[in-house]
Design a protein. Structure first.
Length: 408
């Protein structure tokens, strides 16, 4: 009996020791660090409030290996499933919203190999693109679907392998894409269902009120109002006219501030350094902040006038709830809000380009050509002029989309 008891005790002791050894060598959830960045893009109406627009109204700018929600309406502008000509009217009837959630990427850091589950919910929003493969749960896309306050998009990666020290060959599509700039960090490689990447990537569209309004005045100044309950850490008024960049840093925005029109020309290097500092202050690593600015270099600083602001991290958690299991040691989320402004100059340039048939100048407005054309059409009493504006806008819009092509 004593011998049997000793044997049982020995087995138990070995089991305890083995379990202890396992936990001693296996990485604990508290050792994983997660950092994320992304952008919420909106367009301001004449009253400064975010207006409904076509947030998918632009060309495919992602490599073909990136997956998208397979519903013909949600990618009507970037998918060969569309029957007939692609134009702005067709796009506008398919899906409108207030927010384009652009390129959130999640970076992971761990001292050793480990596996986590990751899920993101998007109340009043839908997921549109992602990589690596994920499970996306959301309603079918139909016109005005985002008007339903009960709509929630969700994306889930149940098994994300974090593999520090590994050097896999990441996928690369044909042609250039700003997608790849996000890889220039020290984050650990990830593997999901055999697909390797440096981050988890996703995008979406939504119809929630942004945290700021931006009202443009006749003298070029802009009154920015904080519509949320928390101070906005940083606000910048930016302009690019014919390649000349100007910007004014407004600092923290507690309630309301009026930013005078910036007049002194600035260099991209100076603006880039300021933005990187702002992003690092939110918790990003230097290389992550630099990768974010480089990713959006062509879009953030294109022709036009816009307000940039740092979204408070607590607000990001409410807008885009993130769950990681096991819980990581720490999470930093840095999101930039971008509100596009339709200026009198842009309306004049659009009118001039329309009159002269200057398609090259029209295309400079990119995906914002639709909202600017809508503003111009609303200001004329001539039915024929409105029809001409819409017809030309449609033609340029289709050319803009089709020129860059789509993944077949």
């Amino acid at each position: 009996m004593l011998r049997r008891a000793l044997s049982v005790l020995a087995v138990v002791s070995l089991t305890v020791l083995a379990t202890a050894a396992m936990f001693a060598t296996a990485p604990q959830s508290s050792q994983v660090v997660v950092h994320e960045w992304g952008t919420f893009t909106t367009v301001a109406g004449e009253d400064g409030q975010a207006l409904n627009w076509t947030p998918l109204g632009g060309p495919t700018d992602l490599p073909c290996f990136v997956e998208h929600f397979k519903n013909r309406l949600i990618k009507i502008l970037a998918n060969a499933e569309q029957d007939g000509p692609i134009d702005y009217n067709t796009a506008r009837s398919a899906l409108i919203g207030t927010v384009r959630m652009e390129t959130p990427v999640l970076y992971f850091y761990s001292p050793a190999d480990t596996t986590v589950g990751v899920s993101v919910r998007f109340p009043r929003g839908l997921m549109t693109e992602w990589y690596p493969s994920a499970t996306v749960s959301q309603p079918d896309v139909m016109p005005a679907v985002l008007d339903n306050p009960q709509v929630v998009g969700a994306i889930n990666w149940p098994q994300v392998r974090i593999t520090p020290g590994r050097m896999p060959a990441f996928p690369r599509g044909a042609g250039a894409s700003h997608y790849y700039a996000a890889r220039d960090t020290d984050a650990a490689p990830l593997s999901v269902y055999g697909q390797d990447e440096k981050f988890l990537f996703y995008r979406g569209v939504a119809s929630f009120p942004p945290l700021v309004s931006a009202a443009l005045h006749a003298d070029g100044s802009v009154t920015v109002k904080n519509l949320g309950t928390r101070p906005i850490p940083s606000v910048i008024l930016f302009g690019n006219r014919a390649g000349v960049m100007t910007y004014r840093h407004g600092g923290e925005l507690a309630t309301t501030a009026t930013l005078a029109r910036p007049t002194a020309a600035s260099t991209f290097a100076t603006l880039r350094a300021d933005l990187v500092r702002m992003l690092v202050a939110t918790g990003l690593y230097q290389k992550e902040a630099e990768a974010m600015v480089e990713t959006w270099r062509d879009s953030w600083f294109e022709e036009g006038t816009r307000v940039f602001y740092i979204v408070p991290p607590a607000a990001v958690d409410e807008i885009l709830p993130l769950t990681i299991t096991p819980a990581p040691k720490s999470v930093a989320r840095a999101f930039v809000g971008r509100m596009e402004l339709v200026t009198p100059d842009s309306l004049v340039r659009l009118q001039t380009a329309l009159s002269s048939g200057n398609y090259a100048q029209l295309e400079q407005h990119g995906r914002f050509l639709g909202p600017i054309g809508d503003r111009l059409a609303a200001r004329t009493s001539s039915v024929s002029d409105r029809s001409r504006i819409r017809a030309v806008t449609n033609a340029v819009f289709a050319s803009y989309v089709n020129r860059l092509g789509a993944c077949q």
